[in-house]
Design a protein around this ligand. Structure first.
Ligand code: NAI
Length: 460
């Protein structure tokens, strides 16, 4: 039996970041992971592999659409999908090995296997029992399906299956116009698949600022994705060579035949087999592990972070909680500012947001002003065929304090962090407007949106 200060269960971005911070703060730490490689969903079957395929498919799109315009004449580009998958797998291997290196460097033990908790709050892996002063559950999430849709990961797939298809399908039906559906749909649409997205609501990406959401949908439509909105999928059945999807719209049922069905209707905490509930651990009414504001569960000494608890299912939210809980465990004051957690969709153009949407501000009765700037007025964006999209900055009407930012455009996922830092410092739109931004950069669009909150943008 080995005694640890902390055992972290799960090695995704929440778990491994937590373990590293625990070790840095002098705690004897172990991490449990049942997969053959570290990094959890994000590194193995999520964020990282999808970014590799988004990059490859975007590069193909550039080669077929924009190279000639720039005087780059190449023979018609072809896709070797097997090689593309090899590239993706190599990216995964580099990243997961990187985490293994970091754990070794920080003298963190990797306990291999699937952990279970017992009533004495010990961690059991197969026959082995481990003791720890504190346990952190960072077991992440898994895809949640809908009734009458049976996932087989070959024809009816989640994002995991969609990342590893053996060939590019001719057609794909995506159930749910959330982040996963639109990122994966974009990849295959660029590679030539006919993609049809079926969404229950009348707009895509629920929770996003509505103006951005509408603009984003128009952009995706132009890129070739088809949308069936206000339609509820009733069933998806796999046959030998196809799948049949039935959806209901305005009380009329329609059938579609397709090669692949991607089920992207949300995710749920991955806590089966952990024995947490069985030893008296409390869950929320929606099935997440219940924690207090210091990530402590209802069981003393057991903490939980990331997708397994409430809040947005985002790798970086889990990372922040991982660092904060490590600080709590070493007697410091761990803190996460949930008001400043950016969200990014890695399509082209990218979509990013932080803070309140216009709809939320209206609902809360907060008087606000809007500064908007189109990337068409940004020289750098136009030079690289990315003049589509705009920045929208929301600031308090009376104090000018930044309340939120929403944008669609080039490098949006990086640009948003200027506003995150500004919001952490309680900055005003004028603070951004008065900050010199290098020319020519995409970031000038952020400054222009801030200028538009005051006396007006220059290049509008
Ligand atoms: P989601 O919750 O973002 O979207 C699911 C969509 O499916 C909703 O729009 C919903 O209305 C629709 N839907 C549900 N049932 C339906 C039905 N029967 N018929 C038609 N439409 C239906 O879920 P998604 O995309 O699966 O993502 C899961 C989680 O993973 C999210 O929390 C997301 O933030 C996270 N994620 C984040 C990424 C990023 O930050 N870039 C990338 C991938 C995932």
């Amino acid at each position: 039996m080995t005694n640890y200060d902390v055992i972290v269960i799960g090695s995704g971005p929440g778990g491994y970041v937590c373990a590293i911070r625990c070790a840095q703060l002098g705690l004897k730490t172990a991490i449990v992971e049942g997969r053959d490689t570290l990094g959890g969903t994000c590194l193995n079957v999520g964020c990282i592999p999808s970014k590799a395929l988004l990059h490859a498919s975007h590069s193909y799109h550039e080669a077929t659409h924009n190279f000639e315009k720039m005087g780059l004449i190449i023979n018609s580009p072809k896709i070797d999908f097997k090689k593309m998958q090899d590239y993706k797998n190599d990216v995964i291997a580099q990243n997961t090995k990187g985490i293994e290196f970091l754990l070794k460097k920080n003298k963190i033990d990797w306990l291999k296997g699937w952990a279970k908790l017992n009533a004495q709050k010990q961690v059991i892996i197969d026959e082995d029992v481990y003791d720890a002063k504190s346990v952190v559950i960072a077991t992440g999430s898994e895809a949640s399906s809908i009734p009458n849709v049976e996932i087989d990961e070959s024809r009816i797939v989640t994002s995991t299956g969609a990342l590893s298809l053996s060939k590019i399908p001719k057609s794909m039906v995506v159930i749910g116009a959330g982040v996963i559906g639109l990122e994966m749909g974009s990849i295959y649409s660029r590679l030539g698949t006919e993609v049809t997205v079926i969404e229950y609501l009348d707009h895509i990406t629920p929770g996003m600022d509505l103006e951005i959401s509408k603009n984003f949908q128009r952009t995706l439509k132009k890129q070739g994705l088809k949308f069936i909105m206000g339609a509820a999928v009733q069933s998806a059945i796999s046959t030998k060579s196809k799948a049949t999807v039935v959806y209901k719209k305005s009380d009329v049922e329609t059938k579609i035949e397709t090669d692949i069905v991607l089920v992207s209707t949300g995710r749920k905490p991955f806590i089966n087999g952990l024995n947490f509930k069985e030893i008296g651990g409390e869950l929320t009414h929606t099935g997440q592990i219940k924690t207090d504001n210091k990530w402590k569960t209802s069981i003393d000494g057991i903490y939980a972070i990331g997708d397994a608890i409430t809040g947005p299912m985002l790798a970086h939210k889990a990372e922040d909680e991982g660092m904060a809980v490590a600080e709590v465990l070493s007697g410091k004051h761990g803190h996460v500012n949930y008001n400043v957690i950016p969200g990014v969709i890695y399509t082209t153009p990218e979509v990013a947001n932080v803070g309140k949407t216009e709809e939320e501000l209206k609902e809360a009765g907060i008087a606000y002003k809007v500064g908007k700037f189109s990337f068409m007025g940004n020289g750098r964006a136009k030079a690289v065929f990315q003049g589509e999209g705009f920045v929208k900055l929301l600031a308090d009407e009376a104090t000018d304090r930044i309340l939120g930012c929403h944008l669609i455009g080039p490098a949006a996922g990086d640009l948003i962090h200027e506003i995150c830092v500004a919001m952490e410092f309680g900055a005003s739109a004028q603070d951004i407007a008065m900050t010199c931004h290098a020319h020519p950069t995409f970031s000038e669009a952020m400054r222009e949106a801030a200028l538009a909150c005051g006396d007006g943008a220059i290049h509008a």
